[in-house]
Design a protein around this ligand. Structure first.
Ligand code: SF4
Length: 285
């Protein structure tokens, strides 16, 4: 069994529900759809486990803990796959933590200060931080939407998190499908983002100084994004559902990377084929 996030592991994003218990000013969710049952999801994930082995599921929404049967679903899927829950932390964390093993269950918390004060969010984040993915060792990430309505205290929040071994990761604002930050706001994002100067140029793709257009990407091959109705896109930037229906018996991923046709990649640029791989085996590291 590969480690939860080992090279070669297939990843999925999953919009489990479009319902949310918060009303953040920067979030425009699609209409809430009829939920698939725990039994339907469990059968589909069993089939995917037979085909691709243990996968890494980035479970999002909406707020996934609103899904009816949330705790049962986590308990049914974590023996097969690793779940990384993108959440506002408003649920009963003690019901799953520490009962669920850290290598099977991760918590990607997002802080929404228009809905919950830092004094309420931070103690809960500290309680569950051992479950936060270590994307920026030695610190664990807390996500934060870079909306000008809440960016005024972004640096202060970042310093508060840092004192407890956490790192604030700003996410670029989207307005509809378009970038929503000004150049000045981009500079504020750059000032605190741990993605600055990383080998995969994550921040450059987020802030649009690099475009993915024409580059080969493994989104669709080693990763795909499942919408709330079960139809699948190669990533969140595509809306053509070209990978078909996740609940279909013959659902499968692309057999090879394909060129990206988007101008902007705010979230999933880690799936671009690295230049050193394109250059071939003799390339310098
Ligand atoms: S580069 Fe980004 S936008 Fe393009 S296919 Fe890959 S993940 Fe999607």
């Amino acid at each position: 069994m590969p480690a939860d996030d080992a090279p070669g592991t297939v990843h999925f994003g999953l919009d489990l529900t479009y319902a949310c218990n918060y009303a953040c000013p920067y979030c425009a969710l699609p209409p809430v759809l009829k939920h698939r049952s725990v039994a339907e999801w469990t059968r589909a994930w069993e089939r995917v486990h037979r085909k691709y082995g243990r996968c890494y599921i980035y479970m999002s929404g909406g707020e996934p803990s609103i899904y009816p049967g949330f705790y049962e679903l986590i308990e049914a899927i974590t023996p097969m796959h690793t779940i990384d829950l993108c959440t506002n932390l408003s649920w009963d964390v003690d019901r799953l933590i520490p009962a669920t093993a850290q290598d099977r269950f991760k918590v990607s918390a997002t802080f929404h200060p228009t809905q919950v004060p830092i004094e309420e969010f931070l103690p809960k984040a500290i309680r569950v931080r051992d479950y936060f993915p270590q994307r920026f060792p030695p610190r664990r990430s807390v996500y934060f939407v870079a909306d000008p309505k809440q960016m005024g205290r972004m640096e202060e929040y970042s310093a508060m998190f840092e004192r407890d071994g956490l790192v604030l990761v700003p996410l670029p604002l989207m307005v509809g499908n378009a970038p929503g930050n000004t150049e000045e706001e981009n500079r504020s994002i750059e000032a605190v983002s741990p993605n600055k100067d990383t080998p995969d140029h994550k921040l450059e793709y987020q802030l649009r100084s690099l475009s993915p257009r024409g580059k080969l990407c493994r989104a669709g091959q080693r990763y795909a994004h499942i919408r709330g109705d079960g139809l699948v896109d190669r990533c969140t930037r595509y809306e053509d559902r070209q990978l078909g229906d996740f609940f279909s018996e013959d659902f499968e991923l692309f057999s090879e990377p394909k060129a990206c046709t988007q101008e902007w990649c705010p979230f999933e640029s880690q799936w671009l084929v690295p230049e050193r791989e394109l250059a071939g085996p003799g390339a310098r590291p």
